[in-house]
Structure formats: C-alpha cells, structure tokens
Design a protein around this ligand. Sequence first.
Ligand SMILES: Nc1ncnc2c1ncn2[C@@H]1O[C@H](COP(=O)(O)OP(=O)(O)O)[C@@H](O)[C@H]1O
Ligand SMILES: [Mg+2]
Length: 264
Amino acid sequence: MLSTPGLPAVEGDAMQLEQVFLNLCLNARDAVEGLRERSPRIDVVADLVADRAGQADFVRVTITDNGTGMSEVVSERIFDPFYTTKEPGQGTGLGLSIVHGVTQQHGGRVECESQQGEGTTMTVYLPVSSATLTPVTHDPASDPTGDEKILVIEDEPMVRDVVGRILERRGCSVSMAVNGVEGLESIADLGDTLDLVLLDLSMPVMSGEDVLEQLSVTRPELPVVVFTGYVDLRHRSGQVAALLPKPVRPSELLRTIRQALGQR
Ligand SMILES: Nc1ncnc2c1ncn2[C@@H]1O[C@H](COP(=O)(O)OP(=O)(O)O)[C@@H](O)[C@H]1O
Ligand SMILES: [Mg+2]
C-alpha cells in the first residue's frame, strides 16, 4: 500500500512502483539536462480521478518536464524493450517498458504526451485500493446532470482543486470559497441560483460549524454536504444532507451530491 496525505491508498509492490516513478524521473532529468534555452523544470503532481463511467477511482501521477520532448516517431516506440535514443552506456531502453509492464500488472496504465523541443508529460494511473473502498452500487444516470450550481467552501487548495474538477467534468457549475466568511458572502451573492453547498468543517477564520449555524437561520432550505473526518456533528440538523469522509472519492462524491439534491 502506498498512501499520500489527501489521497486514498493504492495497492501494489512498493519496490516495483518505486522503480516506475524512479524511471520516469530519471528520464525527465535526462531530458532537461543540458537545456540552454530555458531553466530546467520537472513537476510531479498526484491527484484523484474517476474513469469516464465514474465507476472506478484512480490515483493519477503526472511527471512533466520542459526538456527535449520527442518526435512522433520516437514516442511511438518508447515502450518497446531496448528502444533507446541515448548513447551506448547511457540508456538501456528498458525504463519505460518496465513502467508499462508494472502499471499494467497493477491494473493501471501509463500515457505519454510530448512535444518535440518543448517537453513531455508522462501520466501514470493506478487504481485506488479496493481494501479501502466501501462497495458502491453506482448508477451513472444518477450523477449530477449539469444545471446544478454548487459552492465548495474548503480551505485546502488541493481538495478544492480535485473536487472542483470532478464536478465541472460532470457539467456542474462550481464556485469556490476558501473560508466560512467568504462562503457566507458567496451564498448571499448567489441567492436562489445556488443548489448545494459542500462544506469543510475545520477551517481557519470561521469554522464550518459556525457556517452551519448561520445558514440554519438564513437559508434553512439549502442542502449542505459536509466534509468531515468524524461523525459527531454538533449541529446535525435537517440542513446537513450528508457527510462525506476525507479523502473523498469521485464516485462517492457524485453519488452523495445526487442523493442530497434528490432529497429536496
Ligand atoms: N521525458 C522524456 N523526454 C524525452 N524523451 C524521453 C522521455 N522519456 C523517455 N524518452 C525517450 O524514450 C526512450 C526510452 O526510454 P527508456 O525506456 O526509459 O529507456 P532509456 O532511458 O534507457 O533510453 C528514451 O531513450 C528517450 O528517447
Ligand atoms: Mg530511462
């Protein structure tokens, strides 16, 4: 199991997976080495995504470099064993064939996007461990369909980003607030156009509980889905349509929102 704060675990052989990311990082380093035109840059980002049907969740890791990039001819062969464009002694041509094999064995995949002279993004998808998943019977037809307006009140940028992208991909219109004070302002601005609030409980400036207390007076009909690590909510009122544990999985997020909207 490999776990990162804010992301669910993936299951697999730790040494093989380490090899995967090491190979990708070494290639990125080779690609930026000797770069003159611009300062070398390698970015590694991990986040959580759902497959198109919203049925399975994957941890996605992207390794992006602004190095040499590759031609289409090269990019078509990079996963072949022993294919290398490097000098003898510098490359074995085995790195990416190992990456390809290991990700497949783990139920995932690897993708390459490259622009010659500009850089490369390698993307690894690994399925979220079923050991940490509660089985969810998922009906894609019941996902939010598009006209919903949802406000996310959350102080962690990473969570805001992931949740925002999941909802936008489903066609929801998403607004963001970074704390309770901003959240209440947005709720007032959005008025009746707002369908649902996703609320984090532990935030600086004004806690989620205080937001709930105010809303119970000003907008008691507005459904709120609460992100929380614990279930003992002081203000468990009719306002709170559902609780969502963190880290949230895309399929569970969408299902919970659908249910909360359906309760109206
Ligand atoms: N980030 C990258 N930028 C540019 N080219 C890359 C990158 N990653 C892989 N390649 C190309 O793919 C080829 C195969 O990579 P790999 O299988 O790791 O073997 P090796 O690194 O030993 O050459 C490399 O020789 C190189 O041409
Ligand atoms: Mg390599």
